[in-house]
Write a protein of this length. Structure first.
Length: 206
């Protein structure tokens, strides 16, 4: 009856908006793959993969020892004549050669843990989010360093305030009209709380 469509679009940009976290898709995929790969490698930390080298001159050369426990799991062992070298935690590779046994060293956890900061830093950069907001356990910057770190985020927040503020105003005016009020659009103002954190220490020191 009011001649208006009761839909108010809080878009992040024109014309249709964009997911706020879309720039984080790439770094997040990197982190997901890194964590999934690390979890697969964790089993090898507890159950390293081993190998046995046998001399070909021995009658039993190249044959894996009979083990009833492995009858239904041929992937656990292999032989020279019928190699079945499957990579799995705790498995044993039987290979021809000098009589020797050993194990493959598992992957160093640093290979997974050290790149995490790099990927999170990439996420922080692409999404205009200060890195210290991700690293909640670290020492956050203060003073001028803090303002510089938060500047890209504050610029983004200012743009959102500008776009969302008008939509809030339109929706409130529409709600008041539904209630029967004759609304002057200029009488409705949207006021936002300051986005930046105030450091009281520096002004007092000054």
């Amino acid at each position: 009856d009011l001649g208006k469509i009761p839909v108010f679009h809080f878009r992040t940009r024109f014309p249709y908006g964009r997911p706020e976290h879309k720039d984080a898709y790439g770094p997040q995929n990197m982190l997901n793959k890194l964590v999934a790969t690390q979890m697969a490698a964790v089993d090898y930390q507890t159950l390293p993969q081993r190998y046995v080298l046998q001399e070909l001159q021995t009658p039993e050369a190249g044959k894996a020892p009979a083990d009833e426990d492995f009858d239904d799991e041929p992937s656990q062992t292999g032989s020279v004549t019928d190699p079945n070298l499957v990579s799995s935690p705790g498995s044993v590779w039987w290979l021809p050669g000098a009589k020797e046994a050993g194990q493959f060293d598992p992957v160093d956890p640093k290979a997974f843990l050290e790149p995490i900061d790099k990927y999170v830093n990439a996420m922080a950069t692409t999404t205009s989010t200060p890195f210290h907001l991700y690293d909640v356990g670290g020492q956050p910057p203060t003073g001028l360093s803090l303002r510089r770190a938060e500047m890209p985020l504050l610029h983004k927040v200012a743009r959102r305030m500008l776009m969302f503020g008008q939509v809030w105003k339109d929706s409130i005016i529409f709600a008041l009209e539904l209630l029967g009020f004759d609304v002057d659009p200029e009488s409705i103002q949207v006021t936002w709380k300051p986005a930046s954190l105030t450091d009281e220490k520096e002004p007092w020191e000054t």
